[in-house]
Design a protein around this ligand. Structure first.
Ligand code: BGC
Length: 467
């Protein structure tokens, strides 16, 4: 029996103190208290794994910033990625080996509709086939409709800055749900509106490379609106209850939330951390609660808009959680803040704070919305694979703790099933439970140490990992 010992840092100023100091995670027990039917799975997204895509991101990968730096830090292109479009059956075996009973993958809009008036039925059939095969293997598919990439023709017309994209997206979601609805019940409309808006429109490090407060707010709002539109379309088109739970479609979105910890006890640090938290963590959740998109950054933006169909459009909230930022007020910065990880904190390969307690805190906080929660992503960039087993166990421990205190958390999807194209960072960071050899054309997959941890938890849940 492997035991992992945890030391939970005290959470200064947190209203909820988990008081888990000194607790040990006993792998032989981990997960046993989770509800029957709990989904334990892994996640990927189309552009990061499929290979040979052609969309707004592939254009971005070909080009550089004004100062000559390539858009992708290591100069790579998504290219063949993990070749998962052709190797789905191989990936399915990986999921079976894990003992997973769920898989979150995304649909590549540009593959289905490379041109406005072209719908490639053979691609729709292939995605449908994946869902059929997953279901036959006892693996519940969760399908993401939009995970950061757009067809080139949509991007050329202004992408998420344009109102017209909402119409196109709604039609796309409707058609997709009509084709896949017989096998898919769990739908994730949009992945991380806040991350896409900030990276693409505030920091300008993702397409379309803008740096504008106004556009950031506009796009964040539009992506939430896109969720509402897609939710309506999916519920209308997916009438088949694939898992026989009485509900043909469960619709939500994947919301990226972080802990913003004030760096000191000063009122200024606290207010700036609260402001950042409100914009980044609360906007989506407030939208679900009120049906309004409300954004306010003093002196920079002020938006308050009721969106038809938004209220009631969430059947669940998806939570993507990775890390915590310390926040110090810095009034010279446009965001008023400086975010950092203090010396001495455990970090992942990208320098992110490893803070499992944050998952517990966010689950407790978002549970107040009264929606079921799925942890739609959680994972670690860990090139050697040594940190991942502990990361996985600690975060599942935090989740189980929240569940045992009454949080209705129904699933956990580890990011990621396998190493993949990590956006602006290219292929350097490795998030996979399975390591991928990006040098060989076979894209050979090899298990990392965390596979054992995952399998143990799967067994604790009564699942049967394949040998
Ligand atoms: C995104 C993934 C990404 C992961 C790790 C999430 O914000 O949804 O696409 O690979 O973080 O950075």
């Amino acid at each position: 029996m492997r035991r992992l010992f945890l030391l939970w840092a005290a959470c200064l100023g947190c209203e909820l103190r988990p008081q888990l100091a000194g607790r040990e995670v006993d792998l032989s027990e981990l997960g046993k208290r989770l509800r029957p039917g709990f989904l334990l799975g892994a996640a990927t997204s189309s552009h990061q794994v499929e290979g040979n895509n052609s969309n707004d991101w592939t254009d971005w990968e070909e080009t550089s910033f004004e100062d000559g730096r390539p858009h992708i830090e290591d100069g790579s292109r998504s290219g063949l990625a993990t070749d998962s479009y052709s190797r789905f059956e191989e990936d399915l075996q990986l999921l079976r080996r894990l003992g997973a009973n769920a898989y979150r993958f995304s649909i590549e809009w540009s593959r289905l509709q490379p041109e406005e008036n072209l719908w490639r039925e053979e691609v729709a059939n292939r995605y449908l086939q994946w869902a059929i095969e997953l279901r036959q293997a006892g693996i519940e598919p969760m399908v993401t409709v939009h995970h950061f990439t757009l067809p080139k023709w949509v991007a050329a017309r202004g992408g998420w800055e344009s109102d017209g994209t909402l119409e196109h997206f709604e039609r796309f979601a409707s058609r997709l749900a009509g084709r896949l609805g017989s096998e898919v019940d769990l739908w994730c409309t949009v992945n991380e509106p806040n991350v896409q808006a900030v990276q693409g429109y505030l920091l300008g490090i993702w397409p379309p490379g803008k740096q504008s407060n106004r556009d950031t707010a506009l796009v964040m709002a539009r992506l939430i609106e896109a969720h509402a539109r897609a939710a309506k379309a999916i519920r209308a088109a997916d009438r088949q209850d694939a898992d026989h739970d009485g509900k043909p479609a469960m619709v939500g979105l994947a919301h990226h939330a972080r802990i913003f910890q004030p760096a000191t006890g000063s009122a200024l640090d606290a207010s700036v951390a609260a402001l950042t938290d409100d914009f980044f963590n609360e906007t989506v959740v407030r939208a679900a609660r009120t049906g309004r998109i409300q954004l306010s950054v003093p002196g920079q933006l002020d938006l308050d808009k009721e969106v038809p169909g938004l209220l009631g459009s969430f059947d669940y909230l998806g939570l993507n959680y990775y890390t915590r930022d310390h926040v110090r007020a810095d009034l010279s910065d446009p965001s008023f803040s400086h975010q950092y990880v203090p010396e001495g904190r455990p970090r992942n390969g990208l320098g992110w704070d490893i803070y499992p307690e944050g998952l517990y805190l966010l689950l407790r906080r978002f549970a107040r919305e009264g929606l079921p929660i799925y942890v739609t992503e959680n994972g670690i960039a860990d090139n050697g694979g040594e940190q991942r087993p502990t990361y996985l166990a600690e975060h599942l421990f935090a989740l189980e703790r929240a569940a045992s205190e009454g949080v209705d958390v129904r699933g956990y999807f580890h990011w990621s099933l396998l190493d993949n194209f990590e956006w602006a960072e290219g292929y350097e960071p490795r998030f996979g439970l399975f390591r991928v050899d990006f040098d060989g054309p076979e894209r050979t997959r090899t298990e990392t140490q965390a596979v054992d941890t995952f399998r143990q938890v799967a067994r604790n849940l009564g699942l049967s990992p394949a040998p």
